[in-house]
Design a protein around this ligand. Structure first.
Ligand code: RIB
Length: 300
């Protein structure tokens, strides 16, 4: 099987995680449980997921001139990811995320983007020939939106597939939507993008149709434990996720997106690629942390 190369452009963070029984309310101090640090960031997580699941991956990101950033890049390299085009910023610290995870496995995340916010179109252009060697470009929204827009338009013109995971939730321009091959919002993100509250099959379909009407080729709305809804020219319907016992949903979406890119890079149908992604994400929620929870191909 000839695999196509995946280029992930996005954030890298160091996650500081505390487990809690329940989230504090504003003004409240609570005693939590276990603390741990873990490599994270939606971009880096998706690159790790794609690599562990069998993809050929290059990551483009921006770290700060500090130990967190250096460690994060070393770990990506250890995963077999090409990190030749990860830049460093002298002014901003590397990205950090403060995460609490409650007893039901839900999380609450605050990100200080730091150097991720200095990843600019010129950083992407520096990767030169590498862009031509990639067939699928995967991005998220923890880097400047102008960079995402620039890359989407540029690589679409080169006839490559652009997958955008619109997380964290943000409004997107019609121009950007038109340049996307695939968009993968969760229910909250789909609501922000369409104004339609995603709560049942009819409203999910309606939201997907609205996004497709803006020019996105394939819309995939992820539905947590209920799998994902797909709207494509050759397939429309809901793909189920295996039933599992969730302990931490952090990076489930990232695992889904990395796996989706791998499924497509191996030439699978959209239906099979989304099933592969649902299966991978369901394993990640059974374990704590971001990159620490992402499964390998053998586990699937
Ligand atoms: O999607 C999970 C990720 O969101 C965490 O790893 C955290 O760093 C934030 O980027």
């Amino acid at each position: 099987m000839e695999k196509r190369r995946i280029l992930v452009v996005g954030s890298s963070n160091t996650d500081m995680v505390i487990q809690v029984q329940k989230f504090p309310v504003p003004g409240e101090t609570i005693l939590g449980g276990k603390f741990f640090m873990n490599p994270g960031g939606k971009g880096a997580n998706q690159a790790v997921a794609a690599s562990r699941l069998g993809g050929l991956v290059t990551f483009i990101g921006k770290i700060g001139d500090d130990i967190f950033g250096k460690q994060a890049v070393q770990l990506l390299e250890d995963e077999g990811i090409n990190v030749d085009f990860v830049g460093a910023d002298r002014e901003q610290p590397s990205g950090v995320a403060m995460i609490t995870v409650d007893a039901s496995g839900e999380n609450s995340i605050v990100v200080a983007p730091g150097s991720n916010s200095t990843l600019l179109p010129a950083d992407f252009d520096r990767s030169g020939e590498e862009i031509n060697g990639c067939d699928i470009v995967l991005m998220q929204l923890e880097i400047p939106i102008k960079t995402v827009e620039y890359i989407a338009k540029k690589v679409t013109a080169l006839d490559k597939k652009v997958i955008l995971n619109p997380a964290p939730a943000a409004r997107l321009s019609d121009d950007l939507l038109k340049a996307l091959s695939i968009i993968t919002p969760n229910e909250t993100e789909a609501e922000l993008l369409t104004g339609i509250k995603v709560r049942d099959e009819a409203s999910t379909r309606q939201a997907a149709l609205k996004l497709k009407g803006k020019g996105v080729d394939i819309v995939i709305i992820t539905l947590g434990k209920n799998g994902a809804f797909v709207l494509a020219d050759d397939f429309t319907g809901q793909i189920p996720a295996p039933v599992v016992n969730a302990v931490d949903t952090t990076a489930a979406g990232d695992t889904f997106n990395g796996a989706l890119a791998v499924g497509l890079s191996e030439g699978n149908t959209i239906q099979d690629a989304v099933q592969f992604a649902c299966n991978a994400a369901s394993i990640s929620v059974m374990r704590l942390g971001a990159q620490s929870s992402i499964p390998s191909r053998n586990e699937l």
